[in-house]
Design a protein around this ligand. Structure first.
Ligand code: GLA
Length: 886
């Protein structure tokens, strides 16, 4: 055996430990993935000791404790805003008056464990005191309180490498002598799977989950390839469960839980256990699904096949069986299939298939498949052998001859097939297909048969007609097969099939995507902005305005039907300035089958846009995906600026300059317009001119062309005069084009000039950001502000002021000072003209994102004036712009 020891020594020298994590002699906890509950997903900072006690009660009364849920974890915001006199963390005295030790006692008395939270930083993510530099003292406190788990976060890292910060806490916990499970929450930023298992028992692999379908699948995608790093005592953590929080459908939650169980994810519920529905309770306590997660062999499941939206995830079990999740992440129902061999099971005459959600047990000769609705899944355990009363596995599937997309008015063929995958045969099979209201369905031939044997599916064909006036979108075509089994109980059974089609029309010519309806749009928050950011304001990336564009909050997936008729997709991608230089996003352009056609690295808020120009020839459906970057999805205001698609057909692009004009009533300005025929066909009778609102005058002829070949252009320029009596405010002035296409249709196109009519009598205008800033006053981006910027951090100290000079007026006298400001609440700014006495201007508003206006009187001298804005004692409003009017 000596040689073996020597060999091991040599290997130990030659093979470096993963990364540089010191090996902390961590306590042997979490032989199977930890289970429990955490306050963050549902309650954020709105937590107190009653919630924790009631949740512990609910864990017991709901049966969750019996099902294996053990840890009651208090996330961020449990601590007071200050450490105590001795420098120790202390519980928030208002929300946790009895202290953490009392809670631990309460939870322990119920046979549960208590988890707590801190950050490897100078503050927690919510700005409370955190443990960087206090590791020893804080770990001692946690041990003294008899805490059983620490979730250790990554905010405010003080510029110190993660491994150092997390090692310090692991060592400190170890030094307490109390076995405390360490949950490393580093968001997957520094490949924690390479080092966190040496320090703790689980590690987050991604940014934060949100209670949204798009977020859940984005996280799922990031688990691929990580399976080899996890095992007993060291688990990949794709973040806590959102089941029951309301942002996904029950079908989606079931997929979420099935996949998390298969991934050996720590199952940490994140909903309100005190008021969950019976359906949610049953879902969370499904013993068979939990048993897959807790299988003692601890081999993590992984994706074994992926064809576009249809995925198969599988996990070997310690008893020789395999758990499998058939997953359909697409917008339409489809069959997902695998086999006993693909699941890694040894060859056998037959296999038993147990459906973990329905409890149904069937036998298959090898095929493992099912029809799955959009966003749905089936979870099975497959084992060699035959159950006592064998009932054959069956599958009902719906196929169409349309590739999934149909046009209004179209008639298409749908086939319902009913297959028997196990023994024995089934009798009296009958299939049915249902179409949406207003659609017609006609069977073409038989819909039933006396016997169906394995390997010879029964098929029935139907002609389906889509009404001409149908809306665009997804329509379900549910099918059903009824049959009787020979063996087993002989009862009549039913197997559903989930068919669907999408009504869509392919775009013609070049188009802004924001002018088209997407087939589906899953976004991480709110609804997708079209030509507006998610706050409803103009889109800007690093100060550059985009009149057209898509603004989905990450994580997002938005799909457009192209019908194989388009050639290029282009966009300038980045983070909207509404995120105030925060947010981190990745962009991915996917073609059919989720093929990545283009992608960016991580783009941060405030960074200049990245231009994408992608060949989409032959693509049936285009999917635009944004990911949340290495942190959470906060401020991930992703933008596809000027997102455009070039397709076959007639098309034009119209541009107008300037895009924004500010002018007083009665004033005249010049507008130029340009049209490019950028389609694949010539266009005729082309005309381009501003179409001014009533009362406005346009001088100059419309630009005209009899015929433009593809690539041809037409340009013109005009003088536009605003009526003297025009009201102040924004007016849209379209520069509009009309033309005739080859097919005789007469499309139109336009670009818009935004005209800001100034109040009458304005003699001077100054953007706040053009002034001289003192102290902490800062210029920041502001999508809704004129010039896209504003000045903030004014006041709260004499140094923090703004001075606008070069305000020139012709005559001495009293003027109106029109102030565009931003504030939420009420604040004061003081105004001093030419060093004179200060006048207080009190302003109120509802938002720091959208400016409001107030007017005050000021006395000015003839010639150049200077106005100073300040507040020596309290914060003032943000300022966008000032105008002087007579
Ligand atoms: C980070 C973590 C979350 C949660 C919050 C609390 O975002 O990743 O899971 O703990 O902090 O502030």
């Amino acid at each position: 055996m000596r040689w073996l020891t020597t060999l091991m020594l040599i290997l130990a020298v030659l093979v470096p430990l993963p990364a540089q994590a010191a090996t902390v002699d961590k306590p042997p906890l979490a032989p199977t993935p930890p289970m429990g509950w955490n306050s963050w997903n549902k309650f954020r900072c709105n937590i107190d000791e009653n919630l924790i006690r009631q949740t512990a009660d609910a864990l017991v009364s709901s049966g969750m404790k019996d099902a294996g849920y053990e840890y009651v974890n208090i996330d961020d915001c449990w601590m007071a805003t200050q450490r105590d006199a001795a420098g120790d963390l202390q519980a928030d005295p208002v929300r946790f008056p009895s202290g953490i030790k009392a809670l631990a006692d309460y939870v322990h008395a119920k046979g549960l464990k208590l988890g707590i939270y801190s950050s490897a930083g100078t503050a927690t993510c919510q700005g409370r005191p955190a443990s960087l530099g206090h590791e020893r003292a804080d770990a001692r406190k946690f041990a003294e309180w008899e805490v059983d788990l620490l979730k250790y976060d990554n905010c405010h890292d003080g510029g110190i490498p993660a491994i150092e910060r997390f090692t310090a806490m692991a060592e400190a916990l170890r030094a307490t002598g109390r076995p405390i499970l360490l949950s490393v929450c580093e968001w997957g930023a520094n490949q924690p799977w390479n080092w966190a298992g040496e320090l703790g028992h689980m590690w987050r692999t991604t940014g934060d989950i949100a209670d949204r379908w798009g977020s859940m699948v984005a996280i799922l995608d990031q688990q691929v390839g990580l399976e080899k790093y996890s095992g007993p005592g060291r688990w990949n953590d794709p973040d806590m469960l959102e089941v029951g929080n309301g942002g996904m459908t029950m079908t989606e939650y079931r997929s979420h839980l099935s996949l998390w169980a298969l991934l050996n994810a720590p199952l940490i519920a994140g909903n309100d256990l005190r008021s969950m529905s019976e359906e949610v309770r049953e879902m969370l306590t499904n013993r068979e699904v939990i048993a897959v997660n807790q299988d003692w062999a601890g081999v993590q499941g992984h994706k074994i096949s992926d064809s576009g939206d249809l995925e198969v995830w599988a996990k070997p079990l310690s008893d020789g069986g395999a758990a499998v999740v058939l997953f359909n992440r697409g917008a339409v129902g489809a069959e997902v299939a695998t086999s006993a061999a693909e699941l890694g099971l040894p060859a056998a005459p037959a296999y038993e298939v147990r459906d973990l959600w329905s409890g149904q047990e069937t036998v298959t000769l090898g095929k493992v498949r099912a029809s799955i609705p959009s966003h749905g899944s089936r979870m099975y355990v497959v084992r060699r052998g035959v159950p006592a009363k064998p009932v054959p596995a069956v599958a009902t599937a719906v196929r169409t001859d349309t590739e999934g997309f149909v046009k209004p008015g179209q008639t298409f063929a749908a086939t319902v097939s009913f297959a028997v995958d196990g023994l024995p045969a089934v009798l009296a099979a009958e299939v049915a297909l249902t179409a949406p209201e207003g659609w017609t369905i006609r069977p073409e031939g038989r819909t039933g048969t006396p016997v169906v044997v394995p390997g010879r599916p029964f098929e029935a064909r139907f002609a389906v007609k889509v009404p001409g006036d149908v809306r665009k979108g997804v329509f379900e075509l549910p099918a059903r097969a009824t049959y009787k089994t020979v063996a087993g109980d002989g009862a009549e059974r039913e197997e559903p099939g989930y068919g669907s089609v999408i009504v869509a029309e392919a775009p013609r010519g070049s188009q802004w995507l924001s002018d088209l309806d997407p087939v589906t749009a899953d976004v991480g928050f709110g609804t997708m902005g079209r030509d507006r950011n998610i706050g409803g304001n103009p889109i800007r990336i690093a100060g550059v305005p985009y009149g057209k564009g898509l603004a989905p909050h990450a994580a997002s997936e938005v799909t457009y039907y192209l019908g194989r008729g388009c050639t290029r997709f282009s966009a300038d991608v980045g983070v909207d300035d509404g995120s105030r230089n925060r947010g981190t996003v990745t962009f991915h352009v996917l073609g059919d089958g989720r093929e990545e056609l283009a992608a960016t690295g991580v783009i941060k808020g405030g960074e200049r846009a990245t231009s994408l120009d992608v060949d989409v020839s032959g693509v049936l459906a285009l999917t635009l995906v944004t990911g949340i970057g290495p942190d959470n999805n906060n401020n991930d205001h992703s933008v596809w600026g000027a997102a455009r698609i070039a397709c076959a057909g007639p098309s034009t692009t119209v541009t107008a300059t300037p895009t924004e004009v500010e002018i007083g009533a009665g004033g005249t300005f010049e507008v130029s317009g340009r049209l490019v025929a950028d389609g694949t066909e010539p266009i005729t009778d082309v005309r381009l001119a501003p179409s001014a609102p009533a009362g406005w005058t346009v001088s100059g002829q419309a630009a005209q062309a009899e015929r433009l070949e593809p690539g041809g252009t037409l340009a013109g320029s005009w003088q536009v005069t605003v009526p003297a009596g025009a009201d102040p405010g924004a007016v849209e002035l379209p520069v509009a084009a009309t033309y005739r296409a080859q097919d005789g249709s007469t499309p139109s196109d336009s670009a818009t000039v935004k005209v800001l009519v100034r109040p009458a009598g304005v003699v001077a205008v100054k953007e706040a950001e053009s002034g001289t800033l003192g102290g902490a006053a800062r210029v920041s981006n502001c999508g809704a502000c004129s010039g896209g910027k504003k000045v903030g951090n004014l006041g709260n100290g004499a140094a923090n002021h703004l001075t606008l000079g070069a305000l020139t007026v012709a005559d001495e006298g009293e003027y109106r000072l029109i102030l565009d400001y931003l504030v939420s609440g009420t604040r004061s700014v003081f105004v001093s003209v030419n060093g004179g006495p200060a006048a207080e201007v009190r302003v109120s508003g509802t938002s720091f994102a959208v400016p409001a206006t107030t007017t005050v009187k000021v006395a000015l001298r003839a010639g150049v004036n200077e106005i100073r804005f300040f507040n020596d004692t309290a914060f003032g409003p943000d300022l966008d712009r000032v105008m002087l009017a007579s």
